[in-house]
Ligand binder design. Structure first.
Ligand code: HPA
Length: 277
């Protein structure tokens, strides 16, 4: 099943046919919202709101592990994550889409792995992640291709078919937040190779991968990053831009879901092979 995580301004998929809403508790705590199972173009899709339905979790307190574990519990194998971001690369304009291809982690204090060796949470289940956790293994996963190539390809072809402004590559820099960045920080991130900046893309991508899920991230450039435009950044501007994109995002999702082949042809599912010490 495909799981969708909605970011700021995207708290549900308006108009999609809801099948049921499930409250899931996990060994990693409560997810940020109930998981809503929807029917999109004849396929069951799970939706979760990253910040909660009422936007109650700031970026550094989002229960990332619980969210991904809840998806695992209901059989999600591919995650499409939606984000509002600030644009750093001068080619990016507000309203553009970016299909993320790599990330830079600039966060400071987040629970960033399921695999804590001897301190791992002992979970139930027979899949590889559950076995590794019960055995207290130390696991180093490869993130050379953190974002699923098959999902990225599908996203790009949907965006192209809809004639929407998009960039098929982009490096996502994740800052700790919850404050926005300083102009000096944005200059530094630009030098490091960051194209867009957000506060919630990490560790989500890594946690999905640690569960051998495919993961892709579709970003909407909501604003020029700090110091790039000569005006003050506000949350209001970010939410407004995302609301403006709501219909478009729904159309993208409707085309994206049936476009993915049933079988996963990428290597994401093999990421736990030979990853343990
Ligand atoms: N910085 C960090 N996170 C963001 C931004 C930004 O400029 N815009 C939307 N989310």
């Amino acid at each position: 099943m495909i799981g969708i995580i909605g970011g700021s301004g995207i708290y549900n998929i308006e108009g999609a046919q809801v099948i049921k809403e499930i409250n899931i508790s996990t060994p990693f705590g409560e997810p940020s919202s109930p998981v809503v199972i929807m029917n999109i173009e004849g396929k069951e899709v799970a939706f979760l709101s990253r910040h909660g339905k009422e936007h109650i979790y700031p970026p550094h307190l989002v229960p990332y592990r619980a969210n991904l574990w809840a998806f695992r519990e209901i059989g999600v194998s591919r995650v499409l994550s939606l984000f509002a971001v600030g644009g750093i690369n001068r080619k990016l304009k507000p309203g553009d889409y970016v299909v993320v291809s790599d990330f830079i982690d600039l966060t400071k204090n987040r629970e960033r792995t399921f695999y804590e060796g001897v301190r791992s949470v002992k979970v139930q289940g027979e899949d590889k992640p559950a076995q590794l956790l019960r055995a207290g293994k130390v696991v180093h996963i490869d993130v050379s291709l953190a974002y699923c190539p098959e999902m990225r390809q599908a996203l790009c072809s949907v965006l192209e078919s809809l004639n929407l402004p998009f960039h098929s590559y982009g490096v996502y820099a994740c800052t700790e937040g919850p404050r926005f960045e300083t102009p000096a920080e944005i200059k530094a991130i630009e030098k490091l190779g960051g194209d867009v900046v957000g506060m919630t893309g990490y560790p989500e991508v890594v946690l999905a991968r640690e569960l051998a899920m495919c993961y892709a991230s579709l970003c909407v450039v909501a604003n020029p990053a700090a110091g790039i435009a000569d005006y003050r950044l506000t949350s209001e501007e970010v939410i407004r831009e995302m609301r403006r994109k709501e219909e478009e995002l729904k159309t993208i999702i409707k085309r994206f879901v049936p476009r993915l082949p049933h079988e996963r042809h990428c290597d994401c599912k093999k990421v736990l092979e030979s990853a343990e010490v």
